[in-house]
Design a protein around this ligand. Structure first.
Ligand code: COA
Length: 135
């Protein structure tokens, strides 16, 4: 297994993304999704025999704020420690640049995964917020 900063192909990433149900909400084309990937600050792709088995990325302003996104492991490869290794690499990169805020939004039922890595819920009186789907 190779952990690489190299981007996967648009096809490889789209196939991995489609293993989640997130595109039901976002309705992204393969091309749109690839633009988003290319605009990332840092990415980790996990390849096995040319196959993309895991991925994670950071968008960031380079100084203050970083947001970890799209941590996805192929369903049949979940539970092998790949997600944890990707997260460690993403966080290490942020720490190396002394990014002050490293944040993420947990998907449903995944908070425990991030808690094991040291992430905590924001306090109830200063929650993360978002606009309802508006497009
Ligand atoms: C969530 C996800 C990234 C975890 O990756 P993974 O490779 O399966 O997880 P790992 O094998 O690295 O697990 C690391 C640790 O977290 C724990 N863990 C994994 N998923 C968990 C969950 N949903 N809840 C609580 N703990 C979890 C593991 O038991 C393991 O614990 P250990 O270190 O004590 O042994 C993966 O399940 C996935 O891709 N899910 C679908 C996409 C998704 O929802 N991504 C999250 C976006 S916010």
């Amino acid at each position: 297994m190779i952990y690489s900063e190299k981007l996967p192909t648009a096809d490889q990433f789209f196939d991995l993304f489609e293993t989640t149900d997130w595109n039901t909400k976002y309705e992204l084309s393969k091309e749109e999704l690839y633009i988003a990937l290319k605009n990332s600050w840092y990415t980790i792709s996990v390849f096995e025999k040319e196959q993309l088995v895991g991925f994670g990325r950071v968008i960031c302003d380079g100084v203050v704020h970083a947001l970890i996104l799209d941590v996805i492991i192929q369903p049949e490869r979940q539970g092998e420690g790949i997600g944890k290794e990707i997260m460690n690499k993403l966080v290490t990169k942020c720490k190396k640049h002394k990014i002050r805020d490293i944040q993420l939004f947990s998907a449903k039922d995944k908070a425990g995964f991030y808690e094991k890595l040291g992430f905590k819920n924001r306090p109830g009186n200063s929650p993360g917020m978002e606009l309802e789907q508006y497009w």
